[in-house]
Design a binder for this molecule. Structure first.
Ligand code: HEC
Length: 149
């Protein structure tokens, strides 16, 4: 009987210990992930702080549409980015990587977070296709003005 109770107790204690260990492992994993995310956010902040937008295509009709449709809240008045969205004057957006059709679709339908750590971009289906095309042309011309082709 005594043996039975001790082995039961032993089993019980080892169960508790293993579950504590898994909790510890989980929180170690979480800490690592948090550290990685912090590092990425720091890298992102450094990359953004280095951005110098020389010039944007202010005379293009798409600039006004861009300004009138909340884009600048997240991407800045000079496409330089902000605390809520990435810069659009950035090497990533050269046409071989994001062609005009890709930009058009992302603006119209929104886009899930994939290059940055700002979260998702909301869709802008309420802007008509012609105006979205003008915004895309404005972004493309501005990229070219900054030698990103
Ligand atoms: C609430 C913030 C927010 C608003 C408003 C917003 N964007 Fe964005 N946008 C983002 C974020 C965040 C991303 C980056 C997603 C990623 O790559 O992680 C993005 C990405 C983009 C991209 C790149 C798309 C791609 O395929 O990678 C373009 C172009 C763009 N935005 C244009 C616009 C335009 C034009 C408007 C206005 C009509 C606009 N955005 C409004 C947050 C925003």
């Amino acid at each position: 009987m005594f043996l039975k109770i001790t082995s039961f107790l032993f089993l019980f204690l080892s169960l508790i210990l293993t579950s504590c260990q898994t909790i510890e492992l989980d929180s170690a994993k979480e800490n690592k992930l948090e550290q990685k995310l912090e590092q990425k956010l720091e890298q992102q902040a450094i990359a953004i702080s280095k951005i110098e937008v020389k010039e944007i295509a202010v005379d293009h009709a798409g600039f006004k549409i861009y300004k009138d449709n909340t884009c600048q809240n997240c991407h800045g008045d000079k496409l330089q980015g902000s605390l809520t969205g990435p810069p659009l004057i950035y090497n990533l957006y050269k046409s071989s990587h994001h062609n005009d059709l890709k930009l058009f679709t992302s603006i119209k339908e929104g886009v899930d977070q994939h290059h940055w750590f700002f979260g998702n971009m909301p869709d802008h289906g309420f802007i008509n296709d012609k105006d979205i095309q003008l915004i895309v042309q404005f972004i493309r011309q501005s990229l070219i003005l900054n030698n990103i082709k």
